[in-house]
Write a protein that binds this ligand. Sequence first.
Ligand code: IMP
Ligand code: MG
Length: 178
Amino acid sequence: MIDPKLPVLISAAMIQARIRELGEQISADYPDGHLHMICILKGACFFLTDLARAMKRDVSVDFMGISTYGRGKTSSGEVKVTKDLDIELEGADVLIVEDIVDSGVTLNYLMHLLAQRNPKSLRVAALLDKPERRLRPVSVSYVGFRIPDRFVVGYGLDYAEKYRNLDDICVLDEIPAL
Ligand code: IMP
Ligand code: MG
């Protein structure tokens, strides 16, 4: 059962309003051709579907599975591709869509990996950014919200696969036993 008492950090209405702004900004930044959006599974799939619909231009989507975290709250520091892309990136304007940038380990690895596939351009859109936690440099072109160093769940973000289906982004500081 979902705990209805989790404190809300960012409400569903705030998330949706910010995504509409991001959609307009990103659409304006790519005036030619179409944009190829890559969803980093699983957390970013909620953000991707709303962001894609907020775009005022043609987009295509693809999905990549990455694991870094296991079941807990701290990164193992190890990045594993669990599902590779279906579509080639050669010559494409590529936007990586991520739920949250924390240590930066995942995106730093991913940027290097995807840059080798010769896209025309490669940028990152992240719904959330925790800049205090950064261990590896990552250039994030589009950020929904900068948040403090708290563990958050909801709107795609999980703790041990739970809470992804919350509409709001909530703080989970008291961790229940797994
Ligand atoms: P990074 O490699 O440390 O930047 O971690 C990025 C990934 O860690 C994200 O895609 C999330 O899956 C996970 N993550 C980082 N912080 C949180 C959080 O506060 N809540 C839920 N997942 C998180
Ligand atoms: Mg996760």
